[in-house]
Design a protein around this ligand. Structure first.
Ligand code: PLP
Length: 549
């Protein structure tokens, strides 16, 4: 017989130990980086003080000697003349920035903040364009650039294709016009095609990728009766609170677990807990698991790493699939970015794994704004026949807008063409070969930059420690290559780049790297390491904080 006093203690232990064990499992499954700890990241972000470099510091943040600083200055001046304020595009963008918050934000975060003021004074954002044609865009001054921005991923088949989708689509629904709530009959084909492409039972239309993700998570919660969603460190799923728990979101979502991707510890958490409704996967993360979408604004050193491993990621998704099936957790593939780009059937086809719910967006709108959710009947149903008041509400005034449905119809019709279907089979071969050729050329010239890709989605990695890698975006711009505001972190090609177009882009990338190198930005003290760069920045921040206090 146990002494009486021990019994309550044992009872408490019997309850507490499994709880503590599950809590420990959860902690272990979080990525050790700030990416895995969004709350801490948010708090730390608030502490980071603004400071910037003086003119002299700007050019020798890595302790470069005077002759290198002189070369950098001269190169900077030359670039400032090329990209300077004289152009009509720059002037118009400058005027817009006064009253347009989006333009202010993207301009501010093009480069690490310490360099921001100097860069912005000399390199205007020049975000105004007049025309797109083939694989190029033309600005207000008539300057033509190859477009590597890909319009955030919308542009898979080339801008002219989307113009045609919109024109032809609008022509077909013109008589109905913007009538909402009822549908134009061509919606039927869209639903049929999307069901067939996704291999899923039902479809719903939304106004953006963010909304499609919101609906997927809401349905998962409704059907499982569970509260939490699991997302992976670094993954972007739109800007809705629950899926963006870290820096950038003033709220702290309480129903989100941010775990390590491609890690057994995460599978243990999924097996061990009973509060998880769904797991959200953004397959672009196969290029840089557990790391945020790369942006030059965070390019403090050269530790950015990316390298897609299709087989390993497929194996990981198979494991996830199996655990989710066992535990009744909804597996959601967020194909808003990679859908219709890496394969016709998106990541389900590319990685050979089926999801319960799949979100699409961007390109599938045929050039107009869209979010799509496809899912199994069991997850898509928004009401319960047995409990009429228990519904999962989702609406949206502009959902299934006739013009968007019509442009989408043109887009999806294009995919039914045998030649288009066949072209999908070659995507990896074509883009991997192009990537490899460019990397070979860069290696031969001993340039400290390489590209990594998932199909036609690229990111640039830097091979030697440097504080100035972000300068490359301006050299690329001067070569007539248009990037998005995240700079060399994300280059997105449309699939109408011919071999000749690509050769031209490649040679401009090489030329940009050559010039940047010649101007001394990649000068390197052999003792400089990424770690040293980071500790120097940490010291600068502490100094700035002390000054502020
Ligand atoms: C994977 C993914 N999900 C969701 C979104 C959000 O889509 P939208 O910008 O249309 O709201 C994005 C946008 O980049 C995305 O890449």
């Amino acid at each position: 017989m146990l002494p009486e006093a021990v019994v309550p203690a044992l009872a408490v232990a019997a309850v507490a130990i499994p709880v503590l064990y599950r809590r420990l499992q959860l902690s272990l499954a979080k990525s050790p980086s700030l990416q895995g700890h969004p709350r801490i990241a948010r708090r730390l972000a608030r502490l980071v003080p603004f400071y910037d470099y003086t003119d002299a510091e700007f050019f020798r943040a890595d302790g470069a000697p005077a002759d290198v600083v002189d070369r950098r200055r001269a190169g900077f001046q030359r670039l400032a003349c090329t990209l300077g304020h004289a152009s009509a595009s720059a002037a118009a963008t400058g005027r817009l920035e006064q009253g347009f918050s989006d333009a202010q934000f993207t301009k501010a975060y093009r480069v690490p903040f310490q360099f921001r003021r100097h860069v912005n004074e000399h390199f205007p954002a020049a975000s105004m364009l007049a025309e797109s044609r083939g694989v190029t865009v033309t600005d207000l001054d008539g300057c033509v650039s190859y477009d590597l921005s890909g319009s955030y991923g919308v542009n898979v088949f080339g801008y002219d294709f989307y113009k045609d989708c919109i024109d032809a689509g609008i022509e077909r629904v013109r008589h109905l016009g913007p009538v909402l709530g009822a549908y134009h009959p061509l919606i039927q084909e869209n639903v049929d095609w999307l069901r067939s492409i996704s291999g899923l039972d039902e479809v719903s239309f939304h106004m953006s990728g963010t909304e499609a993700v919101m609906q997927a998570v809401r349905l998962a919660r409704y059907h499982t009766g569970r509260s939490h969603l699991v997302r992976f460190a670094g993954a972007y799923h739109g800007w809705w609170d629950d899926v963006q728990p870290g820096v950038g979101n003033p709220q702290v979502p309480c129903h989100t677990y941010t775990l390590r991707e491609m890690d057994e510890r995460t599978l243990r958490v999924l097996r061990g807990r009973s509060d998880i409704a769904c797991v959200l996967v953004n397959p672009i993360q196969s290029l840089h698991p557990n790391r945020a979408a790369p942006a030059d604004g965070t390019l403090l050193d050269s530790s950015r790493k990316a390298n897609a491993d299709r087989d390993r990621y497929a194996a990981w998704l198979r494991e996830l699939r199996s655990v989710c099936s066992d535990k009744g957790i909804a597996l959601i593939f967020d194909d808003v970015f990679v859908g219709f780009r890496i394969a016709l059937g998106g990541s389900q086809e590319y990685f050979g794994v089926r999801a319960d719910l799949v979100t699409y967006g961007k390109t599938v709108g045929g050039g107009l704004p869209i979010g799509v959710l496809c899912g199994t009947r069991a997850f898509m149903r928004r009401f319960d026949d047995r409990r009429p008041s228990d519904i999962c509400f989702a609406r949206g005034t502009f959902n299934a807008h006739p013009y968007v449905m019509a442009a989408m119809n043109e887009f999806l019709r294009h995919l039914t063409r045998p030649a288009v279907k066949a072209a999908y089979a070659d995507i990896d071969t074509v883009w991997n070969a192009r990537t490899a050729r460019l990397n070979e050329a860069l290696a031969t010239e001993q340039q400290p930059v390489r590209v990594a890709n998932l199909g036609s989605i690229w990111t640039m990695n830097y091979t030697t420690p440097s504080r100035y890698n972000w300068m490359l975006q301006f050299y690329l711009r001067a070569e007539g290559l248009r990037l998005s505001w995240v700079g060399t972190g994300r280059l997105i090609f449309s699939h109408n780049f011919s071999d000749d177009d690509f050769r031209a882009v490649s040679s401009r990338i090489q030329s940009a790297a050559r010039r940047m190198n010649a101007d001394g930005w990649w000068w390197r003290d052999p003792a400089l390491t990424n770690r040293r760069i980071r500790s120097r920045i940490a010291r600068e921040m502490v100094g700035a904080l002390t000054r502020v206090r």
